[in-house]
Design a protein around this ligand. Structure first.
Ligand code: PHE
Length: 331
């Protein structure tokens, strides 16, 4: 029996030889079977059982050897030493996808979770819940596309609507990063388009402060544009944040000394941010006495322009492969 267990075969032929030796008509097992009639009556049962056991064992072991020899051979046939050692991704990513993934990746490492919402929205999620009064002039600032027969249904003009959708369904602590496409009724030119992409961040918990916001944004800027990047926050206005700020980073082309790219100021604007207005928390069912939060939003096209100096926004949606091919290495 131990002989059966220790049988070895390196090739399919060797395994077949073993089968012939032990299990064929002229094999050892059959010899044993023919001896069986000479076994005294009282031992027949015991010996019969033993022979059967041996037969099963030999069968199993030889089949096992055949299988393993076969799979080794297949692996050998497939072995191509010229192949790259990691999975190859087919196609190339669009530059906006590359930058979007990079932004999401940086914030994921800080504990932000991905959240997405619909592009066709209602007025509540885009404006009212974000503290835009009905006659608020900021509604005009956003150049909204309306669905003609349903003035309440619009194409979202910013990803802040995802904030509302998250607050509606989740309890604090909330820490989400929301990338998505947004639409504004603007004439298409090198510097404006009727659709573009944003990433919105939202963090709500007890004792969240402006310092937290500033620190997270500094970390983001340095991860995205290099460790020497500086940031500065300028007071600004958004209906849904108070206080609000716009953030500039030191121009990474001239290092802050001034060049034509940063219009000789040494700084370039990259995002809007602020502490979530308590009115927004309350409108979305979160107790503003207990919780505070910050939000920020940036245009992915803008960040991509800064990283890759794409001069004309229209390049992003024209599907010109000469342009897209330039990003293969950045994948
Ligand atoms: N929603 C703003 C915009 O579209 C950006 C923003 C988001 C500003 C979050 C502050 C906080 O311009």
């Amino acid at each position: 029996m131990s002989e059966a267990q220790s049988l070895k075969a390196a090739t399919a032929e060797e395994a077949e030889q073993l089968r012939i030796k032990y299990l064929s008509k002229k094999g050892i097992l059959n010899d044993l079977m023919s001896e069986f009639r000479n076994v005294p009556g009282e031992m027949k049962k015991e010996v019969g059982m033993r022979i059967n056991e041996l037969k099963t064992m030999l069968n199993d072991r030889i089949n096992e050897l055949k299988d393993s020899v076969q799979s080794q051979q297949q692996a050998g046939d497939d072995l191509d030493l010229t192949r790259t050692p990691y999975p190859v991704r087919l196609g190339t990513r669009h530059p906006l996808t590359i930058v979007r993934n990079e932004i999401v990746d940086i914030f994921s490492r800080l504990g932000f979770v991905l959240a997405e919402g619909p592009e066709v929205e209602d007025d509540w999620h885009v404006y009212s819940s974000m503290n835009f009064a009905d006659d608020h002039p900021a509604r005009d600032m956003q150049d909204t596309f309306f669905v003609e027969a349903h003035p309440d249904i619009i194409l979202r003009s910013h990803t802040s609507s995802v904030q509302a959708r998250v607050m509606e369904t989740q309890k604090p602590p909330i820490r989400v990063i929301c990338p998505g496409r947004v639409y504004r009724n603007e004439a298409i030119s090198a510097r404006a388009h009727c659709f573009f992409h944003q990433v919105e961040g939202l963090y709500i918990d007890k004792n969240v402060s402006f310092t937290d916001l500033k620190q997270v944004l500094l970390l983001f800027a340095q991860e995205m544009f290099g460790p020497d990047t500086k940031i500065r926050l300028r007071p600004s206005y958004f209906p849904f944040t108070e206080p609000s700020a716009e953030m500039d980073i030191s121009c990474h082309l001239c290092g802050g000394t001034g060049c034509s790219f940063c219009k000789h100021t040494g700084w370039v604007e990259i995002l809007g941010c602020g502490m979530v207005d308590p009115a927004v928390l309350e409108a979305n069912g979160i107790d503003a006495q207990e919780y505070t939060g910050y939000a920020f939003g940036m245009g992915i096209e803008r960040i991509t322009n800064l990283k890759y100096q794409v001069k004309d926004l229209r390049m992003f949606s024209e599907n010109d492969t000469r342009f897209l091919d330039e990003f293969t290495a950045a994948n």
